[in-house]
Design a protein around this ligand. Structure first.
Ligand code: S3P
Length: 437
């Protein structure tokens, strides 16, 4: 992939208008995985045509699943059934996508064939023991590199996995989902308990495909007795992509933006809660349910944000939105403190360090801590910042231009294509003065 995309944003302006951001990334991944394992033909609408979700799609094609599309967000998956995947003939390359790698490791552990999972430099530096350790307790055989990173060499152990009771040490939807997918191939019950609520799209979508998953409080239980029946999936817009405009329209004077058809699953709406605590003006309109997931239109208008102490229970519910929330904090009156967010250090980049570095270059008093950040709101200056190939960092600093005193240049932005290829087009449509150079 080319690493040479540089964004430049001119200062000021407002965001105004009505848009629909692309489909939810988490749900797009899961639609391909479960649709492939289903019996019958699954139709997906609203699929995210971006590199991460395409990594999952290509992986299943490489395992013999016929998948048509995406064309205008529509994908047709000819499911092969729970036991119908074929051995891939070469390593499955998953690009930048942690979700693909962690969920697939669980799914592939119980197959009757071996497989190898690889990724780009960022993905191959991210921790994988969080999945391989509990999978080993189930009887899986997965070899990582010495430091617990990919490539992962998975020995298929069809018919040999055992269910476990697992208390997750970290609040991770990827770990939970990985173990539930492995549990579909394990003898006895697999029960996963989470220390705090995390996104529950896997559980909801399994239910939508008719596969029994028991949910009681913070635990989810699955076994190998179910089957998946093809269905129709409507993927709502990704609240993690909407978040850039929730913040942008809040911080830019004279803004008024409506974001249509956004997924507002309560395990994902931490960004709305946090922004409202900061004084944001966000209306949740036309709430409805689409295919088992709550959806709404979000209207956001400018407001004077104030600094807050971010409640720790909201951290897993806004885990991908902190880069842009740090920009909101930089524009707020007073101090914002984030704690309990150590996980940010092992995302596509170390999002605590990378955001602190960039904000400091722009003259913001942003002090990184081990598990969060302390930001003094004030003014944003001008300068050249590094995204470190992290899509959400690149988009967050673009949004910072709405309140900066001069242009901001952001290096290494090609990976915006992993989650939100239309970002520049939609952002400029709303009024952001953003170009690629
Ligand atoms: C995801 C879960 C989250 C999130 C990631 C997508 C998912 O990761 O950061 O972008 O689709 O399950 P963790 O579960 O590791 O926190």
């Amino acid at each position: 992939m080319s690493q040479s995309v540089t964004f430049q944003v001119q200062p000021g302006g407002s965001l105004r208008g009505e848009i629909r951001v692309p489909g939810d990334k988490s749900m797009s991944h899961r639609s391909i995985m479960l649709g492939s394992l289903a019996e019958g033909v699954t139709h997906v609408r609203g699929f995210l045509n971006a590199e991460d979700a395409m990594s999952t799609l290509e992986a299943f094609r490489a395992m013999g699943v016929k998948i048509e599309g995406p064309v205008n967000g529509e994908v047709t998956i000819h499911g092969v059934g729970k036991h119908g995947l074929q051995a891939p003939t070469k390593p499955l390359y998953l690009g930048n996508s942690g979700t693909s790698m962690r969920l697939l490791s669980g799914l592939l552990a119980g197959q009757p064939f071996n497989s190898i999972l690889t990724g780009d430099e960022s993905l191959e530096s991210r921790p994988m023991r969080r999945v391989t350790a509990p999978l080993a307790l189930m009887g899986a055989e997965i070899e990582t590199q010495e430091n617990g990173t990919a490539p992962l060499h998975i020995k298929g152990k069809a018919g040999q996995l055992q269910g476990i009771n697992y208390d997750m040490p970290i609040a991770s939807a990827q770990v939970k989902s990985c173990l539930l997918l492995a549990g579909m191939y394990a003898e006895g019950d697999t029960t996963v308990t989470e220390p705090a609520p995390t996104r529950d799209h896997t559980e909801r979508m399994l239910t939508g495909f008719g596969y029994p998953v028991k949910r009681e409080g913070s635990t989810a239980t699955i076994n190998n007795q179910g089957k998946l029946t093809a269905t129709q999936i409507d993927v709502p817009s990704d609240i993690s992509s909407a978040a850039f405009f929730l913040v942008g329209a809040s911080i830019a004077p004279n803004s008024d933006v409506t974001l249509n058809h956004v997924g507002i699953n309560p395990t994902r709406t931490g960004v709305i809660d946090i922004l409202r605590l900061m004084g944001a003006d966000i209306e949740v309109l036309n709430q409805r349910s689409v295919g088992g997931e709550p959806v709404a239109d979000l209207r956001v208008r400018s407001s004077q944000l104030k600094g807050i102490e971010i409640p720790e229970h909201l951290v897993p519910l806004a885990i991908d939105e902190f880069p842009v929330l740090f920009v909101a904090a930089a524009c707020a009156e007073g101090q914002t403190t984030l704690t309990g967010a150590k996980e940010l250090r092992v995302k596509e980049s170390d999002r605590i360090q990378v955001m602190a570095d960039g904000l400091q270059i722009l003259g913001v008093d942003a002090q990184p801590t081990e598990d969060g950040m302390v930001i003094q709101g004030g003014s944003i200056g001008t300068g050249v910042v590094e995204s470190h190939g992290d899509h959400r960092i690149a988009m967050s600093f673009s949004i910072a231009g709405l309140r900066s005193s001069g242009p901001i240049t952001i290096n290494n932005c090609a990976n915006v294509n992993t989650s939100f290829p239309e970002f520049k087009q939609l952002a400029t449509h709303l009024g952001l003065n953003l170009t690629s150079i």
